[in-house]
Design a protein around this ligand. Sequence first.
Ligand SMILES: [Zn+2]
Length: 193
Amino acid sequence: MALAITAYGTKVLRKVCDEITKDYDGLEALIDNMWETMYEAGGVGLAAPQVNKAIRLFTVDTVQVFEGMNDEDKEDLFEDEEPIKETFINAQIIGESEEVWAENEGCLSLPDINGEVERPWAIEIEYVDRNFKKHKRTFTGYNARVIQHEYDHTEGILYVDHLSGISKRLIKGKLNKIAEGKVSARYRMRFAK
Ligand SMILES: [Zn+2]
């Protein structure tokens, strides 16, 4: 079942999320619903606060994007790394590269807005997957960017927080409109008001 996506302005998007255990109530269904919600909305990632749950859980699928890219973009954005389809639970970023790169980002909670965000090229992250199997992995490029965007959600951070002062001022009016529910998306949203 596709869930409503929380819009900019809802309090849950600003919470530092809690870790969960295997016996978190309804976890299996929640994860399934998040995958469905993400695909229905056309996202490459979705974090639990975006479905109104302040827990450390997010989904990422870069496979479909990878498959739609030309060879040059694949080489630039993935280098030799495989695209991923993964559920991240209780993730902690434990290292990041000094090398950074800027790229345009958007977010399902902030429809009709884009902005260029500078992020580390590579990260090291510890997490458990949906079977609570532990992983410690390094991701680079596009994979690392999507993971960092979703990870930020579990820290109560939105990509617009990373924008430069002038970019923030330019989108302020649009952000206020979203917070007031004055925006339409082709998926179901949950607004603050
Ligand atoms: Zn987002």
